[in-house]
Write a protein that binds this ligand. Structure first.
Ligand SMILES: Cc1ncc(COP(=O)(O)O)c(C=O)c1O
Length: 361
């Protein structure tokens, strides 16, 4: 870690691998001898098309995306997908079912209600979203157009440990745990993820869509929200987010140096264990999520005292651990440990937690 860098535990936008930042820096004014920056290139130029094709192919290889599914590089963040999915998929039966396991799933539910008969398949709101409902509690209608869930709840720090078994195809928001585990694509009509946590800078949303879903959107759907138009234009119906696509390409190559998806899966499990062990062996800090639902990406914890939590966040920042405050809606602490967070940063934070506790007993 460069001495002028801090360990940034932000939930998004988040750390990018230092190797990626250094390469982007080296190429920023002259990419590959072209004499221009990727930021200045036409998206139709040979140089950019080659970046685009390589990034898309590497994403397909990394996640083993079958040819049945298209990979789209769009804009509008995860939030625009809350509208894009229902606008394209609900016309099938007019109905969809949603699992409410946190803030972002709730926002998606609210948005979908504008477009059809939307029902709650399950909710964990009764205990402040501290758990993930089990399969046996999911109420999925036979004629739902899809079942929606958010695989990792960024604010609450919970993660689905199973893929819902559903008569309807799945639609999943994987914004905060994409590229950390394999995805069983045949079960999903749509998987989407904002790039700014595990993939690239903000401005890019990666959408994996079953091509069979194209062409069924409501007639009032704006062209930019129509899967068919985006597939037809290969994400270039208009100017795509060129720079984040380029960085995503570098991130995928960086992942290869660490063993690809399998490597990332092992690394994230060991990083999460370091922090959860620190929490479980502490008499000061308590985890916010139920143990069996704990997220490997967003570790939420608290001392139980608002004042002490604030003190921890402030002292942590002074030591170079930034953005460990919980989301403004829930308070406490949250350490987001996405792929680019080095294990040294996680170990150093765990040491700091122990020191903070020792100073108080
Ligand atoms: C799981 C999840 N979904 C959706 C969003 C919203 O994403 P965006 O800000 O890209 O619209 C976030 C943002 O943090 C998120 O964590």
């Amino acid at each position: 870690m460069a001495s002028d860098r801090v360990y940034n535990f932000s939930a998004g936008p988040s750390m990018l691998p230092i190797e990626v930042l250094e390469q982007a820096k080296a190429e920023i004014t002259n990419f590959g001898g072209s004499g221009t920056s990727v930021m200045e290139m036409s998206h139709r130029s040979k140089a950019f098309i080659s970046i685009f094709e390589e990034t898309k192919a590497n994403m397909r290889r990394m996640l083993n995306v079958p040819e049945t599914h298209e990979i789209l590089f769009l804009q509008g963040g995860g939030t625009l997908q809350f509208a894009m999915a229902p606008m394209n998929l609900i016309p099938r039966t007019g109905k969809a079912d949603y699992c409410l396991t946190g803030n972002f799933a709730n926002l998606a539910f609210k948005e979908a209600k504008k477009y059809g008969d939307i029902s709650v398949a399950a909710s964990s709101e009764d205990r402040k979203f501290a758990y993930i409902p089990p399969q046996s509690e999911l109420k999925i209608r036979e004629d739902a157009s899809y079942l929606y869930y958010c695989s990792n709840n960024t604010i609450e720090g919970t993660e689905w440990k199973y893929v819902p078994d559903s008569p309807a195809p799945l639609v999943c928001d994987m914004s905060s745990n994409i590229l950390t585990q394999p995805i069983d694509f045949p079960k999903y009509d749509v998987v989407f993820a904002g790039a700014q946590k595990n993939m690239a800078p903000a401005g890019l949303t990666v959408v994996f869509v079953n091509k069979a879903c194209a062409g069924r959107a409501f007639p009032f759907t704006p062209v930019m929200l129509d899967y068919a138009a985006m597939i037809k234009g290969d994400s270039m119906h208009n100017t795509p987010p060129c720079w984040p696509i380029y960085i995503l390409g570098l991130v995928l190559k960086w992942m290869d140096t660490l063993g690809g998806l399998e490597g990332m899966q092992k690394i994230k499990a060991s990083k999460a264990k370091v922090l959860y062990d620190a929490i479980d062996s502490s008499s000061l800090f308590k985890g916010c999520a139920d143990k069996e639902a704990r997220s490997d990406m967003n570790v939420t914890f608290s001392t139980g005292s608002e004042e002490l939590d604030k003190k921890f966040v402030k002292e942590a920042e002074a030591e170079g651990f930034v953005n460990v405050g919980g989301h403004r809606s829930v308070g406490g602490m949250r350490a987001s440990i996405y792929n680019a967070m080095p294990i040294e940063g996680v170990r150093a934070l765990a040491d700091f937690m122990r020191e903070f506790e020792r100073a108080r007993v």
